[in-house]
Design a protein around this ligand. Structure first.
Ligand SMILES: [Fe+2]
Length: 181
C-alpha cells in the first residue's frame, strides 16, 4: 500500500539562501521550482445545475443584439477552478447556441470535436460539405477540424447544446479556430 503525500509549499523556505542565484536564472517567462514536491493542488470542480429557464432569455437577448453574428448567440460555461482551460471541467467545455428562424451560423472549423443535442427546433448542419438534418432531441457529432455551420429552417428558435474537448486542447496550448474564407 502506498500513502498519498500531502503537497507542501517549501518555496519560500528553500529559496531564502539561494534567492540571488535563482533571480539570475528567472525571467518573466521562466520560473524556478526549488522543491519538486510542490505543485498547488487544483481547486475541485463542484457539482452544479445550469438552469435552462435562466439561460434562455440571455440567449434570446444576445441573439437580438446580434453583436457577434446576426440572429445567432452562443453562451458557454466554465468553472473558475479550471483556470485557462475555461471549461466546466478541466477538459470539457459546454454551451448553448441559439439560432433565429432562417438564420445560419458562419462556417468555421476548430481542432476540438463537438457533440450536440438539439434542445429545441429543427434545421440542418453542413459538416465537411454534407448536409445533416436534425430536429428536437437529435444528437449529432462534428469531428475535429471539420468545417461546419448550422441553419434554422423552422419558424421558432433553434437551441443547441454542445460539449467539446476544447479544455483538453487549451490545456496543451494547441487549440485552434479557423474561419472559412
Ligand atoms: Fe464550431
Amino acid at each position: 500500500m502506498s500513502k498519498l503525500l500531502v503537497r507542501k509549499d517549501l518555496q519560500d523556505q528553500l529559496r531564502s539562501n539561494v534567492g540571488d542565484m535563482i533571480k539570475q536564472i528567472e525571467s518573466t517567462d521562466l520560473k524556478v521550482v526549488v522543491y519538486m514536491e510542490h505543485t498547488e493542488q487544483s481547486p475541485r470542480v463542484l457539482p452544479k445545475v445550469i438552469k435552462f429557464k435562466q439561460v434562455l432569455p440571455l440567449l434570446a437577448k444576445l441573439a437580438d443584439e446580434g453583436q457577434v453574428e446576426e440572429g445567432v448567440a452562443k453562451v458557454m460555461f466554465y468553472s473558475p477552478s479550471t483556470g485557462r482551460s475555461r471549461g466546466l471541467t478541466p477538459n470539457m467545455m459546454a454551451g448553448f447556441q441559439y439560432i433565429k428562424p432562417g438564420m445560419s451560423t458562419k462556417p468555421h472549423s476548430h481542432n476540438m470535436a463537438s457533440i450536440y443535442i438539439v434542445v429545441k427546433g429543427e434545421g440542418y448542419s453542413v459538416i465537411d460539405g454534407r448536409e445533416f438534418r436534425w430536429e428536437q432531441g437529435d444528437v449529432f457529432v462534428v469531428p475535429a477540424n471539420s468545417e461546419h455551420s448550422h441553419t434554422n429552417t423552422g419558424t421558432e428558435e433553434v437551441i443547441l447544446f454542445d460539449v467539446t474537448d476544447s479544455g483538453l486542447l487549451e490545456n496543451m496550448g494547441i487549440l485552434e479556430f479557423r474561419e472559412s474564407e
